[in-house]
Design a protein around this ligand. Sequence first.
Ligand code: DGL
Length: 233
Amino acid sequence: MSMDSVVAAEVENMEKIGFFDSGIGGISVLREFRKLRPNAEVYYIADWQYCPYGKKSDAVILERAHVLTENLLKQGCKLIVVACNTATAVAIDSLRATYPDVPFVGMEPAVKPAALHSKTGVVAILATPNTFNGRLYKETSARFAGDVKIITATGEGFVELVENGEFVSEHAKAIVSRILLPLLQEGVDHIVLGCTHYPFLKGVMQKIVGPDVEIIDPSLPVALRAVSLLDKM
Ligand code: DGL
């Protein structure tokens, strides 16, 4: 085999993974995945034309999820990470039914670790309205509703901050405080990030809520799930 064909064969065998989100939020998952699989060939689609997804109709999000998946499959992706809680909530069942041979990894609000470790018995989930309306969130929260009080809140304005690259500005602090301070008054000791944009604001959030409140970012567990599926392929 010539050197060229060795390189060609390696490129052919390279793991191609697709990620998509309404914008840059899904990079919070991608950066964890990259640490675990630095050599994988990654395709990432930020669906800016339709961003934000949070309040769009199910029909629009479903359509976009199918279009983006189709695009990633055409690039040769063998596994798709739906790096968006909203798209997962609305579209993952339909994607799995349409492409039964393609492994999909979706986002899930990490209610379980918050509920298990809460000392105050009050936890908050931050996500978009569409995520809260989805089956996944309803099922997961119902499972833990008996053990803890779950407060839901939408990060109004957070996606826009992140898309503008405003992770630490005074403006970001003001927008984030408006949502988080009422949660502190409720006695929340865990805050679950249920939108892939929100981890970019984790630094500012932690400053606002202080060290005693745990902020749970599910990016690493989702990246680990993708890696474990790849290992089985
Ligand atoms: N990053 C997304 C999510 O995880 C979408 C947010 C939006 O576009 O509203 O829900």
